[in-house]
Design a protein around this ligand. Structure first.
Ligand code: 4NP
Length: 153
């Protein structure tokens, strides 16, 4: 299964989501490929935010090698599941995907844990370390729910 995590810049939230879920999938023995992308083009080619790298490393996850890239319409065809961090990201995914958009495979990541609540993973770009820790905790819980959901199948 191929899974894509999507935020705005692909430097704060989605690289963390990618790293956490790939780590858990590997530990569970799942043959999953987890990637991430941003709907914006501001940070293409950059490494994850230093605080995303730090909170990941606190949990033994190294995301330092990731390079930011922008979401493209073809991603909608390549990936089996696409998880958006917030409602704006979800709308941007639909706009970029155009005719390729498939609502069946696209979901707000927190909806896996709290169905239909449209809870957002807050953008920590202007925040400090506690904001990144909060993002980590939300993604940790959501990725547990993803692993559990697909463990039962
Ligand atoms: P991300 O955070 O979407 O979680 O990667 C952001 C990173 C950069 C910007 C906004 C959000 N920015 O405006 O440059």
């Amino acid at each position: 299964m191929k899974i894509l995590m999507v935020c705005l810049g692909n430097i704060c939230r989605s690289p963390l989501a990618e790293g956490i879920l790939q780590h858990k999938a590997n530990a569970a023995g799942f043959n999953w490929e987890v990637n991430s992308a941003g709907t914006g083009n501001y940070h293409i080619g950059e490494a994850p935010h230093i605080l995303s790298q730090k909170v990941a490393l606190m949990h033994g996850i190294d995301i330092s090698q990731h390079k930011a890239r922008q979401f493209v319409a073809n991603d909608m065809l390549i990936y089996d599941l696409i998880y958006a961090m917030d409602n704006d990201n979800y709308k941007a995914i639909a706009q970029i995907s155009k005719k390729n958009f498939d609502a069946q495979k696209t979901e707000l990541i927190m909806n896996v844990l709290f169905p239909n609540t449209h809870t957002e993973v807050p953008d920590p770009w202007f925040g400090t370390e506690p904001d990144f820790i909060k993002v980590y905790q939300m993604l940790d819980a959501a990725t547990d729910a993803i692993i559990e959901k697909y463990s039962n199948k």
